[in-house]
Design a protein around this ligand. Structure first.
Ligand code: DGL
Length: 270
């Protein structure tokens, strides 16, 4: 895809409960140049997948209020399906900068599927979401949507990204209920930003010809709608990563982000 230079002072705030938002960051920064990124991982409350919608909504408002008091945010990306479905569009009423999010690519999946059986992997909170359930119930008249929610898969994805070995058998166990399916999904939606991190592992346990869909394509379209970009090349500032709780993985997290162009890592007290 063509690279795009953005106007100066463009600060994009990326939020996730953990490291899954990196899959969105990688994509955005590969297309749009000269952006100043602030990434916040709310590891104090990770994982979000078992938190209530209300809790997530309040937490996000609190975080966005504090961050936007300190930084001039051009655009916020909620790079977490769970947080996006729990907070958007309500959260937009609280801020004067655009906020975009990710959600399971169900519409794309129904265009892709040939056998009309679709797999949807997401967190419990995402699958319990009213709008998502309504959509699934409606589509189930014509398609079969097989859902699996798993916090374990989220933890395994983080583990892998931090450089730990993960066992394929642990992943296989999560999909036990799918092994007896008469017709296996030909299209699988990765409805959590952590899951593309273990795409290779997922590919090894499923039949060969499966089409995997994640949420990153949509994000660029939303991004272009909200950001005014041109071709000026302006010197880049330094990216910042914030975490909300000290833990034993901090050194590894720091290393991971420093390799991705984040030179500053700080604790965000909230
Ligand atoms: N990365 C988040 C998502 O896309 C969820 C991980 C979590 O449970 O915190 O849904």
């Amino acid at each position: 895809m063509k690279k795009i230079f953005l106007k100066s002072q463009t600060t994009i705030f990326i939020f996730d409960s953990g490291l899954g938002g990196i899959t969105i960051y990688n994509y955005v920064k590969s297309i749009f140049l000269n952006i100043n990124f602030i990434y916040l991982l709310d590891n104090k409350y990770f994982p979000y997948g078992n938190k209530s919608k209300n809790f997530i909504l309040k937490r996000l408002i609190k975080i966005l209020k504090k961050i936007s008091n300190h930084y001039n945010i051009t655009l916020a990306i909620i790079a977490c399906n769970t947080a996006s479905v729990s907070s958007l569009p309500i959260i937009r009423n609280y801020f004067n900068f655009p906020i975009i999010g990710v959600s399971p690519a169900i519409d794309l999946a129904i265009k892709k599927t040939k056998n009309n059986v679709i797999g949807l992997l997401a967190t419990n909170t995402t699958l319990k979401n009213y709008d998502i359930r309504k959509k699934i119930n409606f589509l189930n008249k014509k398609y079969e949507i097989k859902t699996i929610s798993s916090s374990k898969l989220v933890f395994l994805a983080e583990k892998k990204l931090l450089g730990y070995e993960i066992m394929i058998n642990e992943i296989k166990k999560i999909f036990k209920s799918w092994y007896d399916l008469k017709i296996f999904p030909d299209t699988i939606i990765l409805g959590c930003t952590h899951f593309p991190l273990i795409l290779n592992e997922l590919k090894t346990i499923f039949p060969k010809k499966i089409y995997f869909l994640d949420s990153k394509k949509n994000i660029i379209l939303k991004f272009k709608k909200n950001i005014n970009y041109n071709q000026t090349n302006i010197k880049k500032k330094e990216n910042i990563v914030f975490y909300t709780k000290k833990n034993q993985y901090l050194k590894k997290i720091e290393f991971l982000f420093s390799e991705k162009g984040f030179k500053n890592i700080y604790r965000f007290k909230i």
